[in-house]
Design a protein around this ligand. Structure first.
Ligand SMILES: [Fe+2]
Length: 241
């Protein structure tokens, strides 16, 4: 089993990821070379910016399935759900687009310097319902910087999924510092490429090299194969330390 990538924007023509079929092909080639054997495709669901319909997503998924070659990673549909009004309505109605055949789903939070009001209670209810929220790029959220207690609490309610390119410094200095601190403090569950194009896959490879060098024993295998599998199977795995 190779790497299981929980966060990528491979589907083309629906958000800020791949724009055309050749972009998706180039990404699949790069991901295969990188050792990814399962790619979760997670188009944005973000009310103010990118909100492709289920039909548009299904059409792009069918197109990418058609261009996929045997050596490419298998595809599993997911979504990157912004914590906004649309998400909240879906939370109430039980219609959050999650990972296919899994009780897990990917969320991202607004970057406005605070955590959403009611985040705690909402995550508590989600966990009670035996669903697994996966927090995309926790290193981006300012309230989590230098607040390990808050990270520790939040990490009992959702999986912390670090962006690999951030570990290599491609998402900014403060984000790199935060991501590396989360690794050093044992405040993460898994890693992902969050690839929007083929170049991002090279950036993710640099991040994985950093993790292999600086992370705890077996961090790469745990964070990029075992934990993602456990999450998709409906578990919140142990923090990697
Ligand atoms: Fe993303």
């Amino acid at each position: 089993m190779g790497f299981v990538d929980l966060h990528s924007h491979i589907l083309f023509g629906i958000d800020d990821g791949a724009q055309k079929a050749t972009d998706s092909s180039a990404m699949l080639d790069a991901l295969a070379r990188f050792g990814v054997t399962e790619s979760c495709v997670t188009p944005h669901q973000k009310a103010s910016q990118y909100l492709p319909s289920a039909a548009q997503i299904a059409a792009s998924l069918a197109d990418v399935h058609a261009l996929r070659r045997p050596h490419h990673p298998t595809l599993r549909l997911g979504a990157e759900n912004m914590w906004d009004d649309v998400f909240f309505q879906r939370l109430q109605s039980g219609t959050i687009p999650g990972y296919a055949d899994s009780p897990a789903f990917l969320i991202e939070l607004p970057l406005n310097g605070t955590l959403p009001i009611g985040l705690d209670q909402a995550l508590f209810k989600i966990r009670l319902a035996k669903q697994v929220p996966v927090l995309a790029h926790p290193e981006r959220y300012q309230p989590l910087w230098r607040d390990d207690d808050l990270c520790q609490t939040l990490a009992t309610q959702c999986a912390f999924l670090l962006d690999l390119p951030a570990l290599a410094g491609f998402h900014g200095k403060r984000e790199a510092k935060a991501a590396r601190h989360m690794v050093e403090a044992g405040l993460f569950h898994a890693v992902a490429t969050d690839a929007h194009n083929a170049e991002d896959v090279s950036r993710a490879a640099e991040g994985l090299a950093w993790l292999r060098k600086h992370g705890p024993k077996h961090a790469v295998e745990r964070a990029f194969t075992e934990a993602p599998q456990a999450i998709l199977a409906g578990q919140l795995p142990d923090l990697i330390r």
